[in-house]
Design a protein around this ligand. Sequence first.
Ligand SMILES: NC(=O)c1ccc[n+]([C@@H]2O[C@H](COP(=O)([O-])OP(=O)(O)OC[C@H]3O[C@@H](n4cnc5c(N)ncnc54)[C@H](OP(=O)(O)O)[C@@H]3O)[C@@H](O)[C@H]2O)c1
Length: 316
Amino acid sequence: MVILLGSTGYMGQAFLHAIAERGWPVHAPTRQQLDYTDFTALRSYLASTRPEFLINAAGYTGKPNVDACEDHRADTLQGNTLFPAMVGHVCAGLNIPFGHVSSGCIYSGAKLMVNHELHVERDLTAPEVRKIIDKSPQSIHGFNEADEPNFTFRQPPCSFYSGTKAMAEEAVRVLPQHYIWRLRIPFDHINSPRNFLSKLQYYPKVYNNVNSLSHRGDYVRACLDLWEKKAPFGIYNVTNPGFVSSAQVVTMIQRILKPARPFKFWSDDNEFYAQAAKTPRSNCVLDVSKLLNAGVKMRPVEEALDEALTSWVSAP
Ligand SMILES: NC(=O)c1ccc[n+]([C@@H]2O[C@H](COP(=O)([O-])OP(=O)(O)OC[C@H]3O[C@@H](n4cnc5c(N)ncnc54)[C@H](OP(=O)(O)O)[C@@H]3O)[C@@H](O)[C@H]2O)c1
């Protein structure tokens, strides 16, 4: 039996659906049913239910966006660092393997091959970097799991949210029998304020940057596959292979959904941060070789985007 924490959330719902599809027995207590943020309550619940595996899809995400975490720092720290550390220690104490939903937002930029050497470029909006991305996208390499996160309290600047997500990885990665599954900008075919494809359609102006993305259904399937295949424990970047700019995704939206509205873009970072954002945003490319080498299939990001837009629905 699997225990799922955070089943009321955007990612938790997808996990619940994917687990049910596999026919795995699952218990998914809500926080109202069980205060799973309380050490004693969680410990006695897990000691009595004795799950084979636990998934932690709970966490504090700022709404409507990550800027809200700057104003709710105690909740952000509790939900994204203290809570997963506590869950991990309870699981370790009871010998229960677990998976933790982390984030790719602990990185900024990508690794660029220039003159046969890889170097980290934190800002993918710089004009000279944009030229390289457009002309020779093969020279862009994603961060892999061995690369130290560079958008953290240890390597500022970072958002408060990203700092707390990175601290959770530090707390969890010393424990036995765990997966850290890094998610990045989820999207799928269902219109929702949490879906990147919906956000792009509703923003008054789009912030054009370059990122790896995770199809929500592909992500949860890949996480469950890792556990089912008994892949080695550890950190996995779980994104669709490749990367796209927001402008490329807008072009796909225009081609497939044909919205009546025109799209406008912030002219540069200065305008975006002066008018629309409080805290620095992570924009990054992740390498998914480790996931693919573990035998987990992930379709390229363009294919996943195309499918999501082609089967677009307003409500489930
Ligand atoms: N969505 C994204 O863009 C994104 C990207 C990368 C990583 N992630 C990570 O994915 C995980 C799930 O995110 P989501 O988008 O599904 O979030 P969500 O829709 O906001 O759901 C959050 C879930 O966590 C619970 N929760 C909220 N605050 C909590 C706290 N302080 N302590 C413990 N549990 C708390 C909520 O329970 P209640 O219903 O009881 O409030 C809910 O079940 C998070 O760890 C997030 O950092 C999300």
